[in-house]
Structure formats: C-alpha cells, structure tokens
Design a protein around this ligand. Structure first.
Ligand SMILES: NC(=O)c1ccc[n+]([C@@H]2O[C@H](COP(=O)([O-])OP(=O)(O)OC[C@H]3O[C@@H](n4cnc5c(N)ncnc54)[C@H](O)[C@@H]3O)[C@@H](O)[C@H]2O)c1
Length: 437
C-alpha cells in the first residue's frame, strides 16, 4: 500500500519505518527541513532501540522516503497518517492547531479518495473537526479514522510491530477494510484489532495513559506512606502485584512520571472533563501527586546537607524521562536541576543518550560529563534520576573514591538498601525501610 505519514517525530518515524518494513511504500512529510535532509541522507534523528537498522534497510530498498512538501508527499497515497504534535495549550487542553492546519491543507490538495488517520493523541470530537477542516475546501470523498498509538518510547519498534491491540475508530466500511488490511501483518499472533466509533477510539487513548499515570501516582503515595509508617514499598509492591487483578507492572515508585505523553494527556483529559461539566477528581489528584513527586528527593538532600546547598556540587545520573530514549520532555531530572541551581548548588550530569537534548535547553548552566564516573569529579553527592541499565551495577569503588561525601540519593530504587549500608553509603531512595546497622 502507498502510505504517507505527516509529522516525522517519535511516532511518525517509527510508524513510517514499521509500515515500510511490512512492504508498504511510505513517504514521511515534515516541515522541519533539517530533519528531512538528515533522514534523506540516512541519518536517524531520534534514539530508539532497533529503529536504525529498519530505517537503513527500508531507505536503501526505497520503501521509505522523506519530503517537506505535503503536496508531493500525499500524491499517490491511499492512507495518510497524521502523527503531528498535540502539545498542551495554555488552558491544559490539547492544542489541535498542528492537526487542523494540516487537515486544512489536505482539503486543498485531495484529488481522489483517501483515508486520513489521526494517529496523534487527540481529544474526543477531533475526528469531526478534522472532517470539517478538510471538507471546507474539498469535494473529493474521503474518510477520517481515529487510530491512536500506544507505542512506548524505548521499545517503540517492538510495540509497533507486535501491538497488544490496534484500536481503529471508524464508522466507514470502506476505511475499515483499508485499515484492517494495513494492520493485518502486525496482528498475526491473534492480538485484537478493535474496531469502534471515532469518539470511543479517541477516549481509549486518554483513558489508557491516564490509568497508567494513576497507577504510578498511587504507588508514589503508597511509598510516601511506607516511609512514614515504617513499611517497605518493595514488599508492598510484590504483595499487591502478584494479584492478577492488579498486575505487576507500573507499580514501581520513583520521582514521578514525565515524557511527552502522560503529563499532557492526563491534563488534556481533565480539561475535556471540565468542558463536559465533570470534575474528574482522581486525575486532578494524580497530577498534583506527580508535581510534588518530581522533587521528592530534595528535602532528603537538603536535610543531609543541613539545609544549605550553596556551593555544593552534585553529580546527576540520568536525564531522559525514562531509560532507552533521548526524550527529555517533562523529565523529572530537569526539575531537580532547576531546584538545585536555585539553591545555589552546581551540577554535573551524565546520560547515555539525552545530553544533546538537555544542552539545547539548559545550556552552560550545568556541566556535561563525558562519562558516568567523570561526572562524579568534585561532587558532594550523587543523585540518580533515570533507571538506565548502565547505572544498575556501577563500580562502587570508583564512586567512593571520587565522591566527597559517601551519599547517594536514588530516585529509582536501583540498589539494595542493606548493601548500600554495608558499602558505607548514606543512601536514600523512595519508600524503603532504612538499613539496619
Ligand atoms: N512520543 C510518544 O511516545 C507517543 C506515543 C503515542 C502517541 N503519541 C502522540 O503522537 C503525536 C506525535 O508525538 P511525537 O512524540 O511523535 O511528536 P514529535 O514532536 O516527536 O513529532 C512531531 C513532528 O511533527 C512535525 N510537524 C509539525 N508541524 C508539521 C506540519 N505542519 N507538517 C509536517 N510536519 C509537521 C514536527 O516537525 C515533528 O517532527 C502526539 O499527539 C503524541 O501525543 C506520542
């Protein structure tokens, strides 16, 4: 099938590459000329495990191409995916201007029947708005389908190639047939393709992300309670996770969720609820808990340094909002950096993939270390903000030899409390019982 993907970011590039991998001819469109130039030259623009190999293969075999021209990009397409940004607007609602701008342009360009697919995360009612924006300038028949994306950055290729489910919102038989054919190679093991109406598909995506964010904030509050009551969150987590009704995943406490999806999607669903005159109480609490959780370690750090961080130097491991990505949108590490700088401290950072992105935003206010161990030079303490595998079994002798104080503040519970005590560290994590002396 001939496919166009408009918007070649995390979702668009993965979507385009994976559709090309199953034999489709894919053109990716982006307004960022620099991005298109790099991708056309075979240079991948995001870090996503497993993507580069597929990208190179499909580019070489000419199933994948890139352009800045929407007109050229959609010329022969049967299906046009919109993988455009939907950032939060000032009032928290999803900003649909990127999606509706392209819809408006499409209306002027369509000359034969095409299926236009909302892959961006968009509020209930967006399919109707996209239809209206296209129809304004267009007499050609077309269908608009809502096909939310559930991939997770870091395992996006696997998620796309073997999705738990595919959700397709359409009331058009013609579009349903096209979408069913397109996704058939991805669900050969029997995972469901769930056809539903457009509004239910749109809400499914928000409900999924909001539920997962709720699980995280719930566990973070349990962790806070554990510290106050003398219980151990690792034990509680195992105790509840072995119950099938609860499940083991998304029960790890930490310093809050970040990324380009959970924060904005929870906020957008709250706004949609308000617009529907409904006060979604749980989600307001989820956001509130998460805001506070990002700085969960700060009081612990301040207490250790007797409430005076002025002139102290911190090593910070982990900048990406989660491991295996270079995405730093809403990353808790950025909030910690800001808070430390505001207290008069200085910070050295290390991340295996996200340093370049942080440099663009934070600039020379912090030091970028070339290695996780040189990051510790002159540091008074180590803070861990992302659970990259490479931080899980570090060389503690190197850490001890370099850090000025034997203090580690771990926002991701990477190490055993008792072991850290035996190694002589002042070790603080999230929701666990202090080690016995
Ligand atoms: N990132 C994720 O993990 C993820 C997962 C599921 C769903 N989503 C949703 O998918 C959508 C896209 O997210 P993303 O993370 O890929 O965003 P992104 O910012 O990484 O990519 C968006 C791309 O669209 C391009 N763009 C903007 N305006 C354009 C235009 N007029 N024409 C062509 N290209 C244009 C930008 O240059 C950028 O490359 C969002 O709605 C997001 O909520 C994201």
């Amino acid at each position: 099938m001939k496919i166009t993907v408009v918007g070649t970011g995390y979702v668009g590039l993965v979507t385009g590459t994976c559709f090309a991998e199953t034999g489709n001819e894919v053109t990716c469109v982006d307004i960022d000329a620099n991005k298109v130039k790099k991708l056309s030259a075979g240079q991948i623009t995001i870090y996503e495990p497993g993507l580069e190999k597929l990208f190179e293969r499909n580019l070489k075999e000419e199933r994948l191409s890139f352009t800045t021209s929407l007109e050229e990009g959609i010329k022969d397409a049967e299906v046009i995916f919109l993988a455009l940004p939907t950032p939060p607007g000032e009032d928290g609602a999803a900003d649909l201007s990127f999606v509706l701008y392209v819809a408006d342009q499409l209306g002027k360009l369509l000359t034969d029947y095409k299926v236009i697919v909302d892959k961006s995360t968009v509020p209930v009612g967006t399919a109707e708005k996209v239809i209206a924006a296209i129809a304004k300038n267009c007499k050609t028949p077309f269908d608009v389908v809502s096909n939310p994306e559930f991939l997770r950055e870091g395992v996006a290729v696997d998620d796309f190639m073997k999705p738990d489910r595919v959700v397709i919102g359409t009331t058009s038989e013609r579009a349903r047939k096209v979408m069913g054919e397109l996704y058939a190679p991805f669900v050969r093991q029997g995972n469901p393709v769930l056809f539903m109406d457009e509004k239910s598909a749109e809400l499914t995506k928000y409900a999924a992300n909001s539920f997962l964010a709720t699980k995280i904030s719930f566990m973070n509050e349990i962790a806070i309670l554990c510290e106050r009551l003398g219980a151990d969150v690792d034990m509680v987590r195992r105790g509840i996770g072995s119950d099938d009704r609860i499940g083991k995943r998304f029960l790890f406490p930490g310093i809050g969720y970040g990324g380009s999806c959970f924060p904005k999607d929870v906020q957008a669903l709250v706004k949609s609820s308000e617009d529907a005159q409904y006060d979604f109480k749980i989600l307001n609490a989820v956001m509130d808990v998460n805001e506070k959780q990002k700085l969960f370690l700060l009081p612990k750090i301040k207490a250790y340094f007797k409430n005076n961080l002025k002139g102290k130097h911190f090593a910070l491991w982990g900048l990406a909002f989660k491991p295996n990505t270079d995405d730093i949108r809403e990353a808790p590490a950025l909030y910690i950096i800001d808070a430390l700088l505001a207290e008069g401290a200085t910070v050295s950072v290390f991340d295996p993939e996200a340093m370049g992105n942080v440099k663009q935003i934070v600039g020379d206010k912090i030091i970028y270390a070339e290695h996780q161990y040189t990051c510790l030079d002159n540091a008074d303490a180590l803070i861990i903000a992302t659970e990259w595998s490479v931080f899980r079994t570090p060389d503690f002798h190197k850490i001890s030899a370099t850090l000025k104080n034997q203090a580690i503040f771990d926002g991701r519970n990477l190490f055993e409390v008792q072991r850290m005590k035996e190694l002589g560290y002042h070790y603080e994590s999230v929701g666990r019982i202090p080690a016995i002396s």
